[in-house]
Design a protein around this ligand. Structure first.
Ligand code: PLP
Length: 469
C-alpha cells in the first residue's frame, strides 16, 4: 500500500497549484503510529488534522466542563504570540516573571490577604498541581510538628475532606501515602456538615480541605462554620489543624459576585487556597494558582531557587518548563476586565443559571438541588413517577443529539442512590443559548414521553458524557 503511494508520488507529484483536496496526501491515510517518510505541505497538514478533530463536539455546548471555552480575540492573539516564552526561565523572560508576580498580588488582594508582602504563591498548570503543592505543604508542616511532639511517624497521616472531593485529592493521598478521610456529603446541604468534621480529626490529621464549589453540585462548603469549629478545637490542643480551601471554581468567582462571603484569608484558620485560572478566571486551560497566607506556612524544603537576572528567585511549582502564555492570558483578563468586568460577566452567568433552574422547575418533573446560588451550576434529579419509562441518562442522550453535553451521574458516598444531571454555566453561555437549551430539554422530554421503543428497563446503565468530577 505504502509502496503504491510512493510510486504514485514519482509520476504524480503535487505542485503549488494542486488543490488541497486533490493532493496525494488527501487521497491516502495520514501517518498515525509511525512518523511519515516525507514532509507535508503546512496548509495540508493543518487541514488534515483539523478535519480529524471536526467531530469532537462544540466546546461551547459542553455544559459538563468548568473550563473556559471562550476568550477574546486580542487575548488569543497575545497568547499565541507568547507561546514560546518558558515560564521557568526567569532570566530570559524577566517581564513575564514580573507579570506572574503581579497576578499573585492581585489574587492575594482578591482573597483578602492580611499582608500581601508576606503572602507567597505560584502559578501552576491547574488546580490539580496547585492542590498537590498545598497538600505537600500540609504534610511537611505536620511532619515537623509530629516529630516535635513525638508522634509515631511510621503511622499514616490523614487528610479530612468531604466525599464530594475532586479526584486530584485522591491522587495526592495515593502519591504521598496519606489516608483520605471522607466526610460523607450531607444530603440537605449537598456539602460537608461542619458539625461532623471533628469526628474525623486527630493528631495525625495534616489538614482539612474545604471546597468552594463542589464539583458534583456547585455548592460551597461552609468555611466560616469549619473555621469556628477549628478555632475551638485548636484552642484545646497542641495538635493544631488548619484549612486549605480548594477554590478551583469559586476562587475567581466569589470575590466578584459575593465579596462579603467569608471563606478566604479573612478566616483565621485558612492558610492556603488554590484556584483554576482556566475556570472562572476565564483563561483557556492550562493555568492554576496556589497561595499561602504567610511565608511561614510554606515549608522551606518545598522552595527551590532558579536563576533570575544574575540572582536567584524562589520557585515552588512541580513542573519545570511550560509556556507562559496562560499566565499572560490571565494578566490580560485582569487588566482588561477589572473588577467591574469580572463582576458583570459572573453576575450574568449566575443570572443565566437562575433562569435555567426556574425553567426546569416549571416543567414540574425535576427536583432542583442547586439553582446556581453558589457556583452558577444547576443540578437536579427527576421526581419519582411510576409511569415514566425514561431516565436522566436518556435525557442526556436526547440533548447530545442537539449538540449539548449535559452529564448525568450518581452523587458520591452516602448519596450514591441519587442520580443527578448538572449544567455548568460559563461566561459564554448567554441568555439566548439558555433559551435554546430549555427548548431542547422540553422537546427531549416530549420525545421521550412518546417514545415507543426503549433500549433498557428501568435500571439504566450509567453513561458518561464529559468529565463530571
Ligand atoms: C473542586 C475542584 N478541585 C480541583 C479540580 C482540578 O482542577 P484542574 O482541572 O484545574 O486541575 C477541580 C476540577 O474540576 C475541581 O472542581
Amino acid at each position: 500500500m505504502l509502496y503504491d503511494q510512493y510510486k504514485k508520488r514519482e509520476t504524480f507529484k503535487d505542485s503549488f497549484d494542486t488543490p488541497l483536496f486533490g493532493t496525494l496526501e488527501a487521497d491516502s491515510p495520514i501517518p498515525k503510529n509511525v512518523i511519515g517518510e516525507h514532509p507535508l505541505e503546512p496548509a495540508l497538514a493543518y487541514q488534515l488534522i483539523k478535519d480529524e478533530l471536526m467531530n469532537e463536539g462544540n466546546a461551547r455546548l459542553n455544559l459538563a466542563t468548568f473550563c473556559q471555552t471562550y476568550m477574546e480575540e486580542e487575548a488569543v492573539k497575545l497568547m499565541s504570540e507568547t507561546l514560546e516564552k518558558n515560564a521557568i526561565d526567569k532570566t530570559e523572560y524577566p517581564q513575564t516573571a514580573e507579570i506572574e508576580h503581579r497576578c499573585i498580588n492581585m489574587i492575594s488582594h482578591l482573597w483578602n490577604s492580611p499582608d500581601e508582602a508576606d503572602t507567597i504563591g505560584t502559578s501552576t498548570v491547574g488546580s490539580s498541581e496547585a492542590c498537590m503543592l498545598a497538600g505537600m505543604a500540609m504534610k511537611f508542616r505536620w511532619r515537623k510538628r509530629a516529630a516535635e511532639f513525638g508522634l509515631d511517624l511510621s503511622k499514616k497521616p490523614n487528610l479530612v475532606i468531604s466525599s464530594g472531593y475532586q479526584v486530584c485529592w485522591e491522587k495526592f493521598c495515593v502519591y504521598w501515602d496519606i489516608e483520605l478521610r471522607e466526610v460523607p456529603m450531607n444530603a440537605d446541604c449537598m456539602c460537608i456538615d461542619p458539625n461532623t468534621v471533628l469526628q474525623y480529626v486527630d493528631e495525625y490529621t495534616i489538614g482539612i480541605v474545604g471546597i468552594l464549589g463542589i464539583t458534583y453540585t456547585g455548592k460551597f462548603d461552609d468555611m466560616l462554620a469549619i473555621d469556628r469549629i477549628l478555632e475551638t478545637y485548636n484552642a484545646s490542643t497542641r495538635h493544631k489543624v488548619y484549612i486549605h480551601v480548594d477554590a478551583a471554581s469559586g476562587g475567581l468567582f466569589v470575590p466578584f459576585v459575593n465579596p462579603d462571603l467569608p471563606w478566604d484569608f479573612r478566616l483565621k484558620n485558612v492558610i492556603s487556597i488554590n484556584c483554576s485560572g482556566h475556570k472562572y478566571g476565564l483563561v483557556y486551560p492550562g493555568i492554576g494558582w496556589v497561595l499561602w497566607k504567610r511565608k511561614e506556612y510554606l515549608p522551606e524544603e518545598l522552595i527551590f531557587e532558579v536563576d533570575y537576572l544574575g540572582g536567584k528567585m524562589p520557585t515552588i511549582a512541580l513542573n519545570f518548563s511550560r509556556s507562559a502564555s496562560q499566565i499572560i492570558g490571565q494578566y490580560y483578563n485582569f487588566i482588561r476586565l477589572g473588577k467591574e468586568g469580572y463582576q458583570r460577566i459572573q453576575q450574568k452567568t449566575q443570572d443565566v443559571a437562575h433562569y435555567l433552574a426556574e425553567q426546569l422547575e416549571e416543567t414540574g418533573i425535576f427536583h432542583i438541588y442547586h439553582d446556581g446560588s453558589d457556583l452558577p451550576v444547576v443540578c437536579y434529579t427527576l421526581k419519582e413517577d411510576e409511569k415514566r419509562e425514561w431516565t436522566l441518562y436518556d435525557l442526556s442522550d436526547r440533548l447530545l443529539m442537539r449538540g449539548w453535553q449535559v452529564p448525568t451521574y450518581p452523587l458520591p458516598k452516602n448519596l450514591e442512590n441519587i442520580v443527578i444531571q448538572r449544567i455548568v454555566c460559563r461566561a459564554d453561555l448567554n441568555y439566548d443559548m439558555a433559551e435554546l437549551l430549555i427548548r431542547d430539554v422540553k422537546e427531549g422530554i416530549q420525545e421521550l414521553n412518546q417514545a415507543a421503543v426503549l433500549v433498557h428497563g428501568k435500571k439504566a446503565e450509567p453513561k458518561v458524557y464529559g468529565f463530571t468530577h
